[in-house]
Design a protein. Structure first.
Length: 416
């Protein structure tokens, strides 16, 4: 199985290299991995100070881990922090994050790369956020006796760890000194395969989004655009989401402003959506704080990193991704007390299931269902307030995971 694992790493790396000339994300990943040492050369680590290494797959996992990174820095200021990313969508957005001393790509998981990484970083602690399980890196950390913690992890019965043929992947879990998970199902699944150094801690995303709401930044251009009109904020929109939204919006005749933040910024895609909408639109990059013309209904966000604060200007939020591979972060909107709408592919997200069950979020599977759900929320202030309160309270009632992670860190640093 280890041979097949190594082969899959080799084939993936080869495919990314072949795609690089034609795909920007692949090109960034190849270049970032090739030059992963450059950030260490630009800002060398102090060899007299200890190092904590945090690894996140992408931007979402980083935001999930950010409360822990910042709590760690505040509690252990002597430590330097190295932050690595697997994906360009994380690194390219957060490569200037001030909470880490060095930020770089993680090289492909090979024996040689893991050895080189350990020699360069020399971590005294290592953290993997949510999903990352890399065999050679975990093995190298164990060889060097580096305490290793996974937090905000979540496990499901269909994962390889729990299959009869999943022995190799189960072995990866034994390399962690502690695994902090989001729900009881994960505790039970891990216990069933003999992994017992586990704590039910919850999801650090709740801490992060509560922090975002408490420290939200004003966006005067968005405030001027919204004025005093009811506003739908569309977060992380894909083409499949817009295929449902555009017909609904074109048929909706009541006064409304709509802020649309695409999942990825592609000028041709944004312009295509603007052409399909029946009412005028503007791009954020062209705005100032002056009121927009009354017939302009749509604001397209053509930058990355603003969405979390944009929700403060919303009346209702539509969260993208669930007409495709899966729902994006809905807690960022929930923390602002917005009722939520999203597509059907949200079953892997416990917060979405909970919010639907509690009446704060509403699944839609078609233009007709979206129209019905949005029209009801638009027309009824009491329905909006009720659903929004469910969402806000759901976040507030689930904060605290960061504190439990910090307890685990203290135990790992000072074992009894």
């Amino acid at each position: 199985m280890q041979f097949l694992y190594n082969l899959s790493i080799f084939l993936y790396s080869a495919l990314i290299s072949l795609a690089a000339p034609f795909n920007r994300k692949a090109r960034l990943l190849v270049s970032g991995r090739k030059n992963w040492r450059q950030p260490f050369l630009a800002k060398p680590l102090d060899p007299s100070r200890p190092v904590a290494w945090f690894h996140a797959a992408s931007l979402g996992e980083f935001e999930q881990g950010r409360p822990v990174i910042e709590a760690f820095r505040a509690t252990y200021p002597a430590y330097q922090v190295v932050l690595s990313f697997f994906s360009p969508s994380g690194y390219e957005v957060r490569k200037t994050y001030a909470g880490a001393d060095v930020i770089t790509y993680l090289p492909a998981d090979t024996t040689a790369n893991a050895r080189d990484w350990m020699q360069q970083v020399r971590p005294q602690l290592a953290f993997f956020i949510k999903y990352e399980f890399w065999f050679h890196y975990l093995q190298a950390l164990q060889t060097d006796n580096v305490p290793t913690i996974s937090f905000s992890a979540i496990f499901r019965p269909n994962q390889l760890f729990f299959k009869p043929y999943g022995g190799f992947y189960r072995s990866l879990l034994t390399y962690f000194n502690h695994i902090l998970v989001q729900n009881q199902e994960s505790v039970d699944l891990l216990s069933g395969i003999g992994i017992n150094r586990v704590t039910l801690a919850g999801d650090t995303r709740f801490d992060r989004v509560a922090q975002v709401a408490a420290t939200k930044r004003a966006i005067p251009e968005a405030a001027a655009f919204v004025a005093d009109l009811r506003t739908l904020v569309v977060g992380s929109a894909w083409a499949a989401d817009m295929a449902v939204l555009i017909p609904m919006l074109n048929a909706f005749t009541q006064p409304l402003r709509v802020i649309i933040a695409p999942h990825e910024i592609h000028d041709d895609e944004i312009e295509g959506w603007r052409a399909q909408l029946a009412s005028p639109s503007v791009r954020f990059s062209t705005l100032n704080t002056a009121p927009v013309p009354s017939d302009v209904r749509y604001l397209f966000i053509d930058n990355i990193g603003m969405l979390t604060s944009l929700y403060q200007y919303g009346t209702v939020a539509y969260i993208g991704g669930a007409f495709g591979k899966g729902l994006h972060n809905c807690l960022e909107a929930a923390t602002f007390g917005l009722p939520l709408l999203f597509g059907p592919n949200h079953q892997k997200f416990q917060e979405a299931l909970d919010l639907v069950q509690q009446g704060g979020a509403f699944q839609v599977r078609s233009v007709k269902e979206l129209t019905t759900a949005f029209t009801k929320l638009y027309a009824s202030e009491s329905d909006r307030e009720r659903a929004g309160a469910v969402c806000r309270n759901y976040v507030l009632n689930n904060v605290g995971a960061t504190g439990l992670v910090m307890h685990a860190i203290e135990a790992a640093m000072h074992p009894a």
